[in-house]
Design a protein around this ligand. Sequence first.
Ligand code: 5GP
Ligand code: ZN
Length: 117
Amino acid sequence: MDAKDGCIFCQILAGTRPARMVYEGDELVAFEDIRPQAPTHLLIVPRRHLPSLREAVEEDEAVLGRMLTVASRLARERKIESQGYRLVINNGSWAGQSVDHLHIHLLGGRAFHWPPG
Ligand code: 5GP
Ligand code: ZN
C-alpha cells in the first residue's frame, strides 16, 4: 500500500472527496478548511504527495515557492492583506500536524496571538 493511499488530501486532489476549491493550478491547489479557525482559512496543497516538509527535496523548491506566491495572491483576493494574515505549516505531532500531506494554512480575518499556543 502506497503512503498516499488513504490520504484525504490526495482524495480531494483526485476528486473523490468533496472540497470547496478556491485555486487549481498545475502543481498545487487551494481549498477551504473544513473546520475553519478564522473567517478566512484556506489550505494550500501541492498535488505531489509529500507527507511533510521533511520529505521535500531540491526538485520541490519551485512548488514550495509557488505555494507562497499563491498564498499571497489569495490573501489579496480575500482582502485580508492590509490587516495582516498568518501562514502556518505544522510539521509532526508536537506541531499538531493531523494530515500527512504537506499544506500551508492561510488564516486571516481576525487578530492572532504570538507566541502561538
Ligand atoms: P494540520 O493539522 O495537519 O496542520 O491541518 C489539517 C487541516 O485539514 C485541519 O485544519 C483540518 O480541519 C483540515 N481537514 C481535515 N480533513 C479535511 C477534509 O476532509 N476537508 C477539508 N477541506 N479540510 C480538512
Ligand atoms: Zn496525499
